[in-house]
Ligand binder design. Structure first.
Ligand code: GLN
Length: 449
């Protein structure tokens, strides 16, 4: 449903849910965006409509939300698209889900993803790959493949994804939707199943900037239960949207061109000229440490993921992870185990931590001279489903997205244009807690007022 229909009450929550369920029934056998649907969605919608009639409904009333399968939603399965957690039914709601329910959002189901969020294409799921609804025959990107595809295919108004190194932004770019990775610590992670806990953040995917801003403001903010959440004010991003970019300074790093396909750069530059037309000025900046971002990211992820997987030892959950997982998850466990050994940790992990602070310093330094860093999201277009890539080719997708996670800064993606009918996203990065600047620039590009 459109935000307009929602505001005017032209469509009820029940009708909205029914339409989406019908669309899923008709087309999800091709897309494979969902692993499981919420059997209580219609009942929940009925209750929201009652609240709407009484004038007591929350901000998300009427909206239908799909949730990535690594976030706990009570009574539904948080499989992480793995065989290991195939039968794991969440006993509780993640903090973000509690907040969504408090504002009367209806959860329609759990989406497909790369197994344990390890991947950039959506192909490593135990439940099979997801199609890109905006570029048939190609990968939708990952690891939040089903969440981006569900939004792009109009199976839901909004979706939650998680982003450790680009998993919200990469599929948002490939599917032509809006995605936001918040500042580290802005959104509570309680109830998110870890990939690498020093990098993971939950964030929204949407078809338009306003609804992405709305979902973000509902899930953001300090939680008493979680010491790592920032004591941030409860911002109202959606009501503060402004497409007037006068005075805004945007940096474009010359290194982006070096690593990215020319046809993608063309679309990105075209989007930048639209931002200039709204009052922004674009300057060139330098990010020389970009070349260190991928090894730094992957070393960190291998070590943290290895440690996170030690709980899947076959005693508490159905299976011992090493016995049933896919190739990519196994590779990370093996490498993580190796790097974590005392004699190697100095050589690899500690080195990664040093590079991480270097990259962070460099990003923050640049962001003191400009409001936003704008550039491409992925260096290349999404490959065809079934095409086989080496691990390093797969990791290369993440080059431009991992710096934001390493630096803990927010980053958003919105469609910049298309190359031969395939969506290409513009990525915007800002200083810590400057989500509003990103949202405003995206809003301007979308053509908002
Ligand atoms: N593609 C990256 C990885 O495989 C990012 C994953 C993510 O952000 N969850 O680690």
């Amino acid at each position: 449903m459109s935000m307009e229909e929602l505001r005017t009450g032209a469509v009820s929550t029940q009708e909205n849910v029914a339409r989406y369920l019908e669309a899923i029934e008709e087309r999800d056998s091709e897309v494979n965006a969902f692993i499981e649907l919420n059997p209580r969605a219609e009942e929940e919608a009925r209750r929201v409509d009652e609240k709407l009639r009484r004038g007591e409904a929350g901000k998300l009333a009427g909206l239908v939300i799909a949730v990535k399968s690594n976030i706990n939603v009570r009574g539904l399965r948080a499989t992480c698209a793995s065989k290991t957690l195939e039968n794991y039914v969440s006993p509780y709601d993640a903090t973000v889900i509690e907040r969504i329910r408090r504002e009367d959002g209806v959860i329609i189901g759990m989406t497909n993803m790369d197994e344990f969020a390890c991947g950039s294409s959506g192909e490593t799921s135990y439940f099979g790959a997801t199609q890109n609804p905006s570029a048939r025959g190609r990968i939708p990107g990952g690891s939040s493949s089903g969440s981006a595809a569900a939004v792009a295919a109009k199976f839901a108004d909004l979706a939650l994804g998680s982003d450790t190194g680009g998993s919200i932004r990469n599929p948002a770019s490939h599917c032509g939707v809006v995605g936001v990775k918040p500042t580290y610590g802005l959104v509570p992670r309680h109830g998110l199943i870890d990939l690498a806990m020093s990098l993971d953040q939950i964030g929204p995917l949407a078809r338009d900037v306003r609804s992405a801003a709305l979902l973000l403001e509902v899930i953001a903010g300090h939680s008493d239960r979680e010491a790592t959440t920032i004591r941030a004010r409860g911002e109202s991003y959606s009501s503060q949207l402004s497409a007037d970019l006068s005075g805004m300074k945007i940096g474009f790093a010359r290194e982006f061109e070096e690593y990215t396909a020319g046809e993608i750069i063309r679309e990105v530059k075209h989007a930048l000229s639209k931002l200039e037309a709204q009052g922004a000025s674009v300057v060139e900046v330098e990010l020389p440490s970009l070349e260190k971002a991928l090894p730094t990211y992957y070393l960190t992820v291998f070590v943290e993921f290895f440690s996170a997987t030690r709980r899947y030892d076959g005693r508490r959950y159905g299976y011992r992870i090493e016995e049933v997982c896919g190739e990519e998850v196994l590779r990370r466990i093996m490498l993580g185990r190796y790097i974590s050994r005392k004699e190697y940790s100095g050589r690899y992990y500690r080195r990664a931590l040093q590079f991480r602070s270097l990259i962070k310093r460099e990003m923050l330094e640049v962001l003191r001279s400009v409001d936003l860093i704008a550039g491409p999201t992925t260096p290349k277009l999404p490959h065809r489903l079934g095409e086989s890539l080496t691990p390093l080719e797969m990791y290369a997708y993440d080059l431009l997205t991992v710096p934001a996670n390493l630096a803990g800064i927010p980053a958003g993606v919105i469609k910049a244009g298309e190359v031969r009918g395939i969506p290409v996203g513009l990525q915007l990065q800002a200083g810590p807690l400057e989500e509003q600047k990103i949202l405003n620039a995206m809003y301007a590009l979308e053509g908002g007022e």
